[in-house]
Write a protein that binds this ligand. Structure first.
Ligand code: C5P
Length: 227
């Protein structure tokens, strides 16, 4: 069986509900993404419980602190054997280098560049000039130079970043499956899982299109079939 790039974003507040959802779809996803919300609520215990399902675990903790602190945090995660951990590229080169050096051998460290909640005005207020897109490309270069495995990026920019970082590992969230209907013309431009994959995505992070579907298994199977 070929490697399944779909990681289920388990953004469900209750641990029992998170486990039930993951158990339902586990044959159809390549891994589970657990975010800061999950980790703050359920900690190592929650991660261990989810890991019992046997899927790779992606800890989306977006670490950002002085290099020594981030390295120590990475070391404290070894026992959980995560497949992927995120840090903020804006923490700087030394922080990323130390995070990678402290990560487990089989743990990919990927950098968040610019949060999609920030626009050009927000960046300007924080003293950063230029567009979020330019800043994301700059931070992607910094992440590569620091020896990270890859970055988190949107489906809109993955193809461009893949062209400049051929062997990078690219995690793409914010995806929406094609509905097959013509009724969403007024929605914001979205990227489908297939388009992201074709653009060079290594991991497709998908949450609500699966978790909020009436039939999560049917939803994830339909996505799988498009890849
Ligand atoms: O929208 P959906 O539920 O599929 O989001 C899946 C995950 O991707 C969530 O954990 C969300 O935090 C993350 N995400 C992100 N950046 C975006 C959109 C979603 O990191 N632009």
């Amino acid at each position: 069986m070929h490697h399944n790039p779909i990681y289920l974003a388990v953004d469900v507040p209750r641990l029992d509900a998170a486990e039930a959802l993951a158990r339902k779809v586990k044959e159809h996803v390549g891994g589970l993404k657990l975010g800061l919300e999950f980790f703050c609520a359920h900690g190592h215990h929650g991660v261990h419980e989810m890991a019992k399902l046997g899927l790779p675990i992606f800890l989306d903790l977006k670490l950002h602190d002085i290099p020594n602190t981030v390295a120590a945090a990475m070391q404290s995660l070894h026992v959980l054997e995560p497949a992927i951990v995120t840090v903020h590229a804006s923490g700087g080169r030394a922080m990323m280098e130390d995070a990678k050096a402290a990560a487990g051998e089989n743990c990919k460290v990927v950098a968040v560049t610019v949060l999609t909640s920030l626009d050009e005005r927000d960046l300007a207020r924080a003293g950063v000039s230029g567009t979020p897109h330019d800043q994301a490309l700059r931070l992607a270069e910094l992440a590569e130079a620091a020896g990270l495995d890859g970055i988190v990026c949107s489906g809109h920019e993955v193809a461009a970043i893949h062209r400049q970082w051929r062997n990078g590992f690219f995690v793409v969230p914010g995806l929406r499956p094609a509905t097959g209907t013509e009724g969403n013309g007024d929605q914001k431009r979205t990227v489908t899982p297939r388009e992201a994959r074709d653009g060079g995505a290594s991991v497709l992070v998908i949450g609500r299109p699966i978790s909020r579907a009436d039939d999560p298994v049917a939803a994830v199977r339909a996505i799988e079939a498009t890849l």
